[in-house]
Design a binder for this molecule. Structure first.
Ligand code: BJW
Length: 238
């Protein structure tokens, strides 16, 4: 495997997906047929699912909180945190993941475009800010309430909702000269389009994962392998 040179002129945008946390023991979405205890991911990750069965949705996110709380960052997360420490403001990490393993690894220039597992917010969008929440909610009776009295919901971007910080993300992609994408199937938009936006601006685009993503043809380099094995030796900053 050859290394990718990062020069003093490069502006680096990194996009990660569920694959980067796989070696930390957190399952990806489209593994195991995209099912969670027999439910399709689409049936627990939509506003309609919340309206239909908020208890089931909280059980899903409580199980995810429990698993993420125990998980530790792997060499892939650590390699990206090291890259940030070398590049500073010439680096931004955008993750589709809602776990906090990038933070545990030391990443700080980080945006969670699909929200965060350990944050909850008002289900009625009353204007109260999102709040840190590590609680597990096995039944609806346990679920904390917003100051306005409404149920709290996970601070997660579900299908049909608008991803977070899109203006910032768009600006950073436009000025990037190198996009590194790790462990995402390229099946969920708008994230699956980021590589096209970067290519339109002339950036080099590198994918790392054990199999080619759906949008593989837009990458200038596809490096086949697990993030934790490939990333520590992939990039060299000159
Ligand atoms: C490894 C590995 C190892 C394994 N190392 N790699 C029709 C056409 C086009 C678009 C649409 C459409 N119909 C609807 C849409 C839009 C919709 C969409 O994309 N739907 C698709 C199903 C088609 N998108 C939305 O609704 C989004 N909102 C939106 O578009 O708003 C409009 C708007 C856009 C822009 C500006 C303003 C407005 C919202 C999407 C929300 C996604 N939410 C979820 C769940 C919530 C978060 C959570 O609970 O965690 O986010 S879905 C789920 O998929 C989750 C993930 O973040 C996301 C992506 O999954 P990811 O990360 O790619 O995981 P996998 O499992 O698919 O892939 C894992 C990869 O890892 C694999 O490739 C493995 O090979 C690899 N891997 N081991 C490295 N060791």
């Amino acid at each position: 495997m050859s290394t990718i040179e990062i020069t003093a002129e490069d502006q680096v945008f990194v996009l990660t997906g569920a694959g980067i946390s796989a070696e930390s023991g957190l399952p990806t979405f489209r593994a195991a047929d995209g099912l969670w205890e027999g439910h399709r991911i689409e049936d627990v990750c939509t506003p309609e699912a919340w309206d239909r069965n908020a208890e089931l949705v909280w059980q899903f996110y409580s199980a995810r909180r429990e698993a993420a709380e125990k998980a530790q960052p792997n060499p892939g997360h650590l390699a990206l945190a090291k890259l940030e420490s070398e590049l500073g403001e010439r680096y931004l990490l955008c993750t589709q993941n809602v776990d906090n393993l990038h933070e545990k690894a030391g990443s700080r220039r980080l945006v969670h475009m699909h929200g965060e597992l350990f944050t909850s917010r008002c289900s009625e969008e009353c204007g109260e800010p999102p709040q840190t929440d590590h609680a597990l909610y096995p039944t609806l009776a346990n679920v904390a309430r917003c100051a306005c009295g409404a149920l709290l919901r996970p601070h997660i971007v579900w299908f049909g909702e608008t991803p977070l910080e899109m203006d910032w993300i768009t600006v950073e992609i436009r000025r990037s000269t190198l996009m590194l994408v790790v462990g995402t199937s390229g099946s969920v938009y708008p994230a699956a389009n980021f590589v096209h936006w970067a290519r339109q601006g002339g950036a080099r685009t590198v994918y790392v994962g054990p199999e080619a993503p759906l949008n593989a043809s837009a990458f200038t380099h596809v490096v086949t392998g697990k993030a934790g094995e490939v990333l520590p030796g992939l990039l060299s900053v000159s």
